[in-house]
Unconditional design. Structure first.
Length: 337
């Protein structure tokens, strides 16, 4: 009898000390992918010594997509969901999930199966070895155009040339964060977010895991060329002030050139060899006018970012939540600052 009681006490203790894992998944109109993704995660986590939950953050999807998510929450006890009040964008939805994740480890990934759930045991194994950040590195993506591969490759090369902190080429938002890293990441509250750069700037003990991203399970990418361009610009402006310095140098060079042209005019006047020429005037005006407009454009982008920050608006608003809340904690409905 005493042996049975002792075994039961040990089992209860083991259950109470099991580590927890939260898998954060921002989704936008992914009705076909959500049930398949949840099943794949359940399969990958089966047999691992963790209590886990899948936290879907719906970024203002259409009603049919939300209905599929509601059914998935009802059918799978490991799934819960947060529904944002409108579409705030991938990085804001990802931030919402991180703000509300209560696991000892938090894994962020996309729900279209291009971030393979089969890699979860490997990421968790490296976390157990003491790494605070386990960052996956996308070597290539199946089915992606050569244009997107080339622009991604050279974008990160250019970004690292001007960035104050290194940004890993091929880095994705598929990563594991230890609780300590999660709490640190929550302190970064800028609106024009580039989480890949933020994670690189945080430090901590990091390790990389290369992988080949498969094609989407279903549907098409919601990351349009316009959104990609904005994301790329946020990465540059959020990680470097070098464009401002370049603007200064361009203005300085333009000023020196104007002095040189002025000296040339004085010399030609002294020699008596001046010939009125509208072409020279037009070229000079076009050069300096274009330079000024470019510099003003760069300044305008930075001022626009400053304007969005000083307003102090919330990064997102949560409309409602569904599913079991880890440790019975309340959902964060408004976390702007």
């Amino acid at each position: 009898m005493s042996e049975t009681i002792e075994t039961s006490e040990e089992t209860d203790t083991d259950a109470n000390t099991r580590k927890t894992v939260t898998i954060v998944v921002p989704v936008y109109n992914e009705a076909e992918n959500i049930p398949h993704f949840a099943a794949a995660v359940d399969e990958a986590m089966a047999g691992l010594p963790y209590d886990y939950e899948i936290l879907f953050v719906d970024d203002g999807s259409r009603e049919e997509s939300r209905e599929v998510l509601r059914k998935t929450v009802a059918a799978d006890p490991h799934v819960r969901a947060l529904y944002l009040s409108r579409n705030y964008g991938h990085q804001a939805a990802l931030t919402c999930g991180i703000d509300n994740a209560e696991g000892d480890a938090v894994v962020t990934m996309d729900g279209d199966m291009q971030h393979p759930p089969a890699l979860l045991p490997k990421l968790l194994g490296l976390w157990e070895q003491g790494y605070d950040v386990v960052q996956t590195i996308r070597q290539t993506t199946q089915g992606v155009s050569a244009f997107k591969r080339l622009t991604s490759k050279y974008y990160y090369k250019a970004l690292n040339l001007i960035s104050e902190v290194p940004v890993q080429p091929g880095g994705s938002d598929f990563r594991l964060l230890d609780r300590q890293a999660v709490l640190a990441l929550r302190q970064y509250r800028e609106h024009d977010r580039f989480i890949r750069g933020i994670v690189g700037a945080m430090g901590f003990r990091q390790v990389q895991v290369p992988f080949v991203a498969p094609e989407r399970y279903a549907g098409t990418s919601k990351f349009s060329l316009k959104k990609m361009a904005k994301f790329a610009l946020d990465g540059i402006l959020g990680n470097s002030i070098l464009p401002l310095r370049i603007s200064f140098y361009i203005g300085l060079v333009s000023l020196l050139l104007s002095f040189a042209l002025f000296g040339h005019v004085l010399f030609e006047t002294y020699e008596g060899d001046t010939v009125p020429g509208w072409s020279t005037i037009v070229i000079v005006m076009a050069f300096f006018g274009g330079t000024q407009l470019m510099v003003l454009g760069i300044l305008g982008e930075y001022i626009g970012h400053i304007f969005r920050e000083v307003k102090g608006r919330p990064l997102y608003l949560v409309d409602k939540s569904a599913g079991h809340l880890t440790n019975e904690r309340e959902t964060t409905y408004n976390t702007g600052r």
